[in-house]
Design a protein around this ligand. Structure first.
Ligand SMILES: Cc1ncc(COP(=O)(O)O)c(C=O)c1O
Length: 378
């Protein structure tokens, strides 16, 4: 029923939505920037420049509202990966800071922390894929008072398990110990708004928006403790022969000319999702996911819209042969190599649902999957 919004969705059975989502017509057609007010922002006094600035800031306000933040709390980046790198750098982490992160995370929420000099402790998951809250509590109790800052960073919905972590409980725990929270919302921003957390990261291309744009939301109380990330034009109040002063707030993290057209398209994507209704879309996806779980046995039973499974044949062969039948799934390490390898050294296969999938897609997947399994076990 939702396919009509997506012109590309014709011949494919697209079940690779955890990697990227398709783009609706409304977002594709949002190229007013190039037609009507193609100018640089925050620096040009002319009419075009003024209009471009106004629209860009309007986009910031809409996307921030969609994420649960204020317009002066959203930094435009390239994607989730850049958002987390920005955060890990701008926090100027030192050896007297501690980052608590599940070892099972997407590489984007692992490597930037490893790259810093902060101490890292890895959080464990239980056998169903949920963060072990007793373990987290004990870690927070044990490390209290030892570090200047403790930051808990986790994906609200996991990219291979599809498990939705109990984010409210984690927030309560963090508050009790005065720890900061960063939510990697790459897989969950379409479904949820965030409040009560310090930092949130997400990408446009997993939110039915364009590639090349993402966001880092920062509770504004943290800005005065954050250093610059990339530096250059557009983020300064004054540059002298020796020395410079930077502007405050979000703009300080958007050096150079940003992806203005991308911000406007992302605004459209957020409006599109809001119009359709986040709760309705989630309920629909959950129902369809149950049907998918009747065909393949997921490693993580509770995945919201992601079904990741083991295969007797090599996972790469399964995904390639399915691809040959126009069924798009992912296979391999799924950018979470430690977690995937702990289950199967060869990798896993992941099918992920979006609201533009329907029961016919699931039936076609079922038929193709059975054929592929038969072929590979001959
Ligand atoms: C949970 C999670 N975090 C981070 C990322 C990285 O997103 P991007 O490649 O858009 O930076 C992904 C992408 O799959 C993801 O699923």
């Amino acid at each position: 029923m939702y396919k009509r919004y997506f012109p590309e969705y014709k011949d494919h059975i697209y079940l690779d939505n955890a990697a990227t989502t398709m783009t609706p017509v409304k977002v594709i057609m949002e190229y007013n920037y190039y037609w009507k007010f193609n100018a640089n922002i925050h620096r040009s006094p002319h009419k075009l420049g003024q209009e471009a600035t106004e629209k860009y800031e309007q986009a910031r306000a809409v996307v921030a509202e969609f994420a649960g933040f204020n317009s002066n709390e959203l930094i435009f980046t390239r994607n989730t990966t850049e958002s987390i790198n920005l955060l890990a750098n701008a926090l100027t982490l030192s050896a007297s800071d501690l980052v608590l992160v599940p070892w099972t995370e997407h590489h984007a929420n692992l490597l930037p922390w490893r790259h810093s000099i902060a101490d890292i402790e890895y959080l464990e998951l239980d056998e169903n894929g949920y963060i072990d809250l007793t373990g987290l509590n004990e870690t927070l109790k044990r490390t209290k008072g030892i570090y200047d800052r403790i930051l808990i960073s986790f994906a609200h919905i996991g990219n291979i398990s599809g498990i939705q972590q109990p984010y409210k409980k984690i927030v309560t725990l963090a508050k009790a110990y005065n720890a900061l929270i960063h939510v990697d919302a790459a897989q969950s921003i379409v479904k949820y708004k965030y409040s009560d957390v310090d930092f949130v990261s997400f990408s446009g291309h997993k939110l039915y928006g364009p590639t090349g744009i993402g966001c880092l939301c920062v509770n504004k109380k943290h800005f005065d403790k954050m250093d610059t990330y990339q530096v250059g034009g557009g983020i300064v109040t004054e540059v002298k022969k020796h020395g410079q002063t930077y502007i405050d707030g979000c703009g300080k993290y958007e050096a150079g000319t940003p992806n203005i057209a991308g911000a406007l398209q992302l605004q459209k994507a957020c409006e599109f999702i809001t119009e359709l209704g986040r709760e309705e879309l989630l309920a629909y996806e959950k129902e369809l996911t149950i049907k998918l779980k009747e065909i393949v046995t997921p490693v993580w039973e509770d995945g919201v819209n992601i079904v990741t499974f083991k295969t007797d044949a090599h996972p790469g062969d399964v995904a390639t042969l399915l691809g040959g039948k126009n069924i798009a799934v992912r296979s391999g390490m799924l950018c979470a190599e430690p977690y995937v390898k702990s289950i199967d050294e060869r990798g896993l296969v992941r099918a992920s649902i979006s609201f533009y999938n329907d029961i016919k897609d699931i039936e076609k997947f079922s038929k193709a999957y059975n054929e592929v399994c038969q072929l590979l076990t001959k």
